[in-house]
Design a protein around this ligand. Sequence first.
Ligand code: ATP
Ligand code: MG
Length: 449
Amino acid sequence: MHCSATLTQLVEVLLASSVNLSETALTQVSCGIQTDSRTLKPGEVFLALRGDKFDGHEFVQTAIAKGALAAIVDFEYENPGLPVLQVKDTLKAYQKIGRWWRDRFNIPVIGVTGSVGKTTTKELIAAVLGTKGRVHKTYGNYNNEIGVPKTLLELGKEHDYAVIEMAMRGRGQIAELTQIARPTIGVITNVGTAHIELLGSEEAIAQAKCELLAEMSADSVAILNHDNPLLMATAAKFWHGEVLTYGFSGGDIQGQLIDNDTVEVAGIQLPLPLPGRHNATNFLAALAVAKVLGIDWASLKAGVMVDMPTGRSQRFTLANDVVILDETYNAAPEAMIAALQLLADTPGKRKIAVLGAMKELGERSQQLHQRVGETVQKLNLDGLLVLVDGQDAEAIALSAEGIPSECFATHADLVARLKTFVQAGDRLLFKAAHSVGLDRVVNQLRAEF
Ligand code: ATP
Ligand code: MG
């Protein structure tokens, strides 16, 4: 938040959230709100958040030493040496300030949620809007109850658009984020099985995503993936306002995949910023946003540049024309299958999948891992290497009947094998849940190959 907001305005927000003001001496503030004492700059307000690993309240003194103007905390400090605003719940206060700040900007705010493809779609939307104006977007994957207000607080008057990623792990969370970000356009990329352990069924996941629609103001626009029948059916129950649908099966914006790198829409061929059918779908969502905002697609013919965060849709070429598709950031079942399809469609000598477990899938886990193995088999890949950290990962190899498969118990074993296994012209996909740590394998291979 780089502004000259008055503290009175800030206090107004806090008072509305049952603030007990310990100090009212300050009248004027020209600052930002900072929750990390390490990055706090003199003159900013330090807001102490309680997390699993850290409690911001332990860093109030550090913040003061670094020149914090005031601190927002949840208990009474004795002689802290600076003005302290005491609130009941600092996270709630942070969210309220985030919303209050967002409300000061009369610009299109695009909220993006869905089971998979949120970050990719957010980046594609930002890239498309970036051809017309200055875009503020969620940094990396700061998409939760802290990340969304943080992103909003970084909005500045130089911005023409904001693209906000919203994630959830349970019911009620997207509703909360929508109330904070107040999107004028809401995009739902799809409904799948990610986090099914917590929600129980795909229907429950669909409803949780559609909280975005339920909470949007009636004059907003919903942008929905037509290829996802469960999403379309659920959305119809929650949204009665303007809708724009996109997809390959139909919809207002119907695409046709020409090849891995080109999509055709309404008679115009456009280069895909990221390869593959799933990324083409994400790009159609970005085109839908452009349409709502009156941005001419023809201006996208020259292509747009997308800078994906680490471990998503990243491609590295090693010596001897060996290409790595680095998808190590995470793995939901639908994402796993989309990435395997991309590997199969990538021209090259041998197509090798290097996979590990997917997480948070509850009782469906075994079955969903089997489905991945069956996909490897169906796509007739040339090899499968699996880093096994439990029975589920092994199920991938066991279900890929007829495909040369090998399992490894440690990262070191996998790396050692890859060094002898990889041949010139190979295409290798690396994908697993983040906690499996396949990124370390990719890094080692890149360093040593
Ligand atoms: P997270 O929950 O970690 O924030 P996300 O929803 O932001 O995930 P992305 O980071 O965009 O998702 O993509 C994760 C992976 O999902 C990608 O690397 C890709 O393999 C796959 N993916 C992206 N878009 C789609 C899509 N539309 N359909 C299926 N898979 C997709
Ligand atoms: Mg994301």
